[in-house]
Ligand binder design. Structure first.
Ligand code: SF4
Ligand code: SF4
Length: 422
């Protein structure tokens, strides 16, 4: 077994209705089961049960539709817990990014569960840790590293990325034996558009006051998108959306009746930004909500960012579809690897307005210099907007330090005082 499951009690805090995906006690068994299996160090059974080849990715820049159209189930390896490394892999450098360390452990678990059906790993080289991931694990031809441009604004960079996606299509075709065709691309793009639309509609619900579910639970649902076959996730997300709106009451009525609202009906509306927060390492969202904050939006690559953009198809030739996918993954991407890209700040500013944010938590990861640089820019943005913010550094490995709850509590008190005009 990879990594022992931590109970909520062991982690030192709890939130109400922990086992329910939504505060209104809607149970989505396949999501709960998948979350539990991941917490135990396994992959959801649904991945093996899909019967398809599996292609793993380590970043949001890898086009999932293309993998799906090549006959494989895409899954994302990035993990919120390190766990034991696959056999034969050397001890990683002490400073290795925890996301990458976790991804190495998740690869071992995936191999154990799907064996030779794992046919490739796609690695966008956004940072040095990721670019060297395949070497570190000795993946050889089983991995393809994509060269990510540092400046995505030029036409040349866009064209170079399109060529890489075309090469990826060829590579995937060789690995799965089922090269993506125009028809399979159209089908897969339509499927992922459906998932994106569902993710956006779920996100929209969080604009309600109070929101109909816990933001921490919604982040978990979004995390699971990367670990489940798309068909399974679509069904589950559809059931969740229907469940939120189908019992004849609006969100506010439901929350008042059930438990006073996610994080308390009057809890401050919180935005979480910065480095990925990946299930099952959930101490930051849990702490925010257990101390009375209401997470209503996030700008994390592990969560909402996967749903914020649609593929825009101009030409339905195979080349046109591959180009559309390349553009969808590169152009709106707000990864801090893209130099001084202003789009991230612009998007975050819009979220603060649309979701009536009252305070922001900036999540940083130990050893991630890219997000360290971004954290200062984000703090500058929140200062300009007059929003209180709190920076938290995490390493995915240690339990929450004793002082973390106190810092979050003090931050939430400050947000409340500001809201009350004290
Ligand atoms: S933050 Fe950057 S490196 Fe991380 S998943 Fe997103 S795009 Fe990839
Ligand atoms: S969290 Fe930072 S250092 Fe780690 S893989 Fe992502 S971009 Fe690289």
């Amino acid at each position: 077994m990879i990594g022992a499951k931590k109970t909520i009690a062991e982690e030192g805090f709890s939130i109400q209705n922990q086992n329910c995906i939504a505060r209104v006690s809607i149970r989505i068994p396949c999501l709960e089961k998948a979350a539990e299996q991941i917490a135990e160090g396994h992959w959801p059974e649904a991945v093996a049960e899909s019967g398809r080849s599996v292609v793993a990715v380590v970043c949001n820049l890898a086009p999932l539709e293309l993998i799906h159209a090549s006959g494989a189930t895409p899954v994302r390896l990035c993990a919120g817990e390190a766990g034991p490394l696959p056999e034969g892999v050397p001890e990683p450098p002490r400073q290795m990014c925890p996301v990458v360390k976790g991804a190495a452990a998740r690869l071992g678990a995936l191999r154990r569960q799907v064996g030779e059906r794992l046919v490739a790993v796609v690695i966008p080289g956004t940072c040095d840790w990721k670019a060297r991931y395949g070497d570190f694990l000795g993946l050889g031809d089983g991995a393809l590293v994509l060269d990510v441009p540092r400046d995505k604004s030029s036409w040349e960079a866009r064209q170079a990325w399109r060529r890489q996606i075309a090469a990826l299509a060829d590579y995937l075709g060789r690995r799965t034996g089922a090269p993506a065709t125009r028809a399979s691309l159209l089908r897969s793009i339509a499927l992922y558009q459906q998932a994106t639309a569902l993710g956006r509609r779920l996100t929209e619900q969080m604009k309600q006051a109070p929101p109909p579910m816990s933001g921490s639970d919604l982040m978990r649902v979004f995390n699971l998108f990367y670990s489940l076959p798309i068909e399974v996730w679509i069904e589950a997300a559809g059931a969740l959306l229907a469940g939120i709106g189908m019992d004849g009451m609006d969100g506010a009525d439901k929350l008042d009746k059930v438990d006073g609202g996610a994080g308390g009906a009057k809890g401050p509306r919180i935005l979480v930004v910065g480095a990925p927060i990946i299930w099952p390492h959930w101490q930051v969202p849990r702490l925010i909500e257990s101390l009375g904050g209401r997470i209503v939006a996030d700008a994390l690559c592990s969560s909402y960012r996967g749903f914020s953009d649609l593929v825009s198809v101009d030409e339905t030739t195979r080349t046109g579809l591959l180009d559309a996918l390349a553009d969808r993954y590169l152009l709106p991407c707000t990864c801090p690897c893209f130099g001084s890209d202003e789009e991230y700040l612009w998007r975050v500013e819009n979220q603060t307005r649309d979701f009536r944010i009252e305070g922001a938590v900036i999540h940083r990861l130990k050893s991630c210099y890219l997000y360290d640089l971004e954290a200062d820019r984000l703090e500058g943005l929140f200062r300009r907007l007059g929003l209180p913010c709190l920076q938290i550094e995490d390493d995915y490995e240690s339990p929450a330090p004793a002082g973390l709850a106190t810092r979050i509590e003090a931050f939430l008190d400050m947000v409340r005082s500001r809201k009350a005009g004290v």
